[in-house]
Design a protein around this ligand. Structure first.
Ligand code: G3P
Length: 205
C-alpha cells in the first residue's frame, strides 16, 4: 500500500501547528490575530514588543518545515518516496501552515515555514534565499517586501542549486501561494502604508 497519503496528511498536520498562537498563549501575550496585521507569524508577534516570542515563533514555524522535509528525504528509500512524493510532502507542510486545520483554515503567510522547507531541501539553497530576504529587509525595513523578493528569487535558485525539476516545481507552487498570501501587504507597500519591521502594535484591520 502506498504511504504517500498518510505522509501528506501527517505533513499537513505538523505544518498546521500555529507557533505564533501557541507561543503567544504560553507566554501570556495577546493573540497575534488581534493586533498589527492580524497574521499569526513571527513578524506580527514582534509587534507585541516581545522579541523572545517572535524568535520562538520563527524557530518553531521554520523547524516544522525543515524537519518534515529533512525526515522525508532521510527516509525516502525506506518509504519508497520518489522526487514527486518528496516535493508533495514539502508543499503539504507549507500548506498546513497557511491553511491550518487548528485555526479553521486561517493560517499564516508561510515565510518562516517556507524558509525551513528550503533549508530542508538543501541548506545552501535555504541560505541563499535567506540572504536575499536579509538584504531586502536591511535595505527596505519591510518584512513583507523581503519575503516577496526572496520568494520571487527562490524557484531560479532552486533550479540552479539543486538541479532538480521536482523541487523547482514544488518551490514554484509554494511561492505562488506565499505571494498570493501577501496581496494585502503588496497593496499597502504600493500605497506607502506598510508598517516597517519592529513597528508598534495596533489593532488588527
Ligand atoms: O512573515 C510574514 C511577513 O512577510 C509579513 O507579515 O505581519 O507584516 O503581514 P505581516
Amino acid at each position: 500500500m502506498s504511504l504517500i497519503l498518510p505522509l501528506l496528511l501527517a505533513a499537513y498536520l505538523i505544518g498546521s501547528i500555529p507557533f505564533a498562537v501557541v507561543v503567544s498563549r504560553a507566554m501570556g501575550l495577546s493573540d497575534p490575530r488581534s493586533f498589527g496585521s492580524g497574521n499569526p507569524g513571527a513578524t506580527n508577534v514582534l509587534r507585541s514588543g516581545n522579541k523572545t516570542a517572535a524568535l520562538l515563533t520563527l524557530l518553531g514555524d521554520a523547524a516544522k518545515g525543515g524537519l518534515v522535509v529533512w525526515a522525508a528525504r532521510a527516509f525516502a528509500p525506506e518509504l519508497k518516496l520518489d522526487g514527486t512524493a518528496l516535493a508533495l510532502i514539502a508543499v503539504a507542510v507549507f500548506l498546513g501552515h497557511v491553511f491550518s486545520v487548528f485555526l479553521r483554515g486561517k493560517g499564516g503567510k508561510g515565510v518562516a515555514t517556507a524558509a525551513g522547507v528550503l533549508l530542508g531541501i538543501n541548506p545552501l539553497l535555504g541560505g541563499a534565499v535567506l540572504l536575499v530576504w536579509l538584504a531586502t529587509a536591511l535595505i527596505s525595513r519591510y518584512s513583507s517586501a523581503a519575503a516577496v523578493t526572496a520568494a520571487i528569487a527562490a524557484p531560479a535558485l532552486t533550479r540552479w542549486i539543486t538541479g532538480s525539476e521536482y523541487w523547482t516545481v514544488g518551490v514554484m507552487a509554494m511561492v505562488t501561494v506565499l505571494i498570493w498570501r501577501h496581496k494585502d501587504n503588496i497593496r499597502r507597500l504600493l500605497k506607502g502604508e506598510e508598517s516597517k519591521i519592529g513597528s508598534k502594535k495596533v489593532a488588527a484591520p
